[in-house]
Unconditional design. Sequence first.
Length: 301
Amino acid sequence: MKVYLVSILLILGALGFASCEDNDDTIDLYEPVPSTSEPSLVVKFKFDKDQVRLNNIGQPSAVASGNAGVSPDFNAISAHYFELAPNAMTQLGQGAVLYHAPETTMGGSNAIDFSQAKIVGEGETFLRIPLKDIAAGSYEWVRVSLAYQNYNIPVRASGVDYEGTLASFVGYNTYIGTHEIGNSIFPVNANRLQGYWAFALADYPYSVEGQAPAGATTVPNPIASTSPIPAGSCVVTGRFANNLTITGNETKDVVVTLSLSVNKSFEWQEVVFDGKYEPAQGETVVDMGLRGLIPSYQVAE
């Protein structure tokens, strides 16, 4: 869906995000655990501006003619769901589901509890799961559903370049108390559906929040033909170069890195063809989906 932005005050109101649908109540739930001495699966995130840029079915995709894109500078991220899948025929939820974010009905309907969200930066530990607690097997694919993103983007208004920070809640539904961007405070105290966002300029006392409408957002799934995800889901799927084998008898940590492509993931339709995002000129945001997942692993020294 295209929404035309007419001023800097509506800078991010048209961002389209993929929704994260709630999963079956019988899904396995594994909470993040503190560091222990026992061998664990350690999960971390990486943001790669040079990683191949994919479309919804996992094929390389260039920025469309007439559009431009920028690779955001990510500060932090959180996920709602994490699963290891044995093969391309494994249906969503039928693999080893290792994490499902804490939820609450405090805001009425069931929602992700943002107060309990595990938010990390690049290279920080998101999950640490004892390997003995993971079903033994050979795993080819990873599925991860993102819930929250925090990143910086450049904008131009009246010929002047600015930088601001966006907090984006992309889970299917999130209960939020109060959250902050720098010195800007956003009291919500309610549920917010996918697409709720808040934005603050870095060097000016300006902030704004809003609810993005449902729209088309790229959610790469290379095995869509054999193991589809629900329409509107934000479950990104990626394949290990070599299967991750878990025996339960490991003696060292296994570190899994989830490399997310942010290669021109913020995309807009240009009016002024200068490669600068200028919402005041009526330039239209057309996509903000992450552009692919490449998981890898290594045994800790």
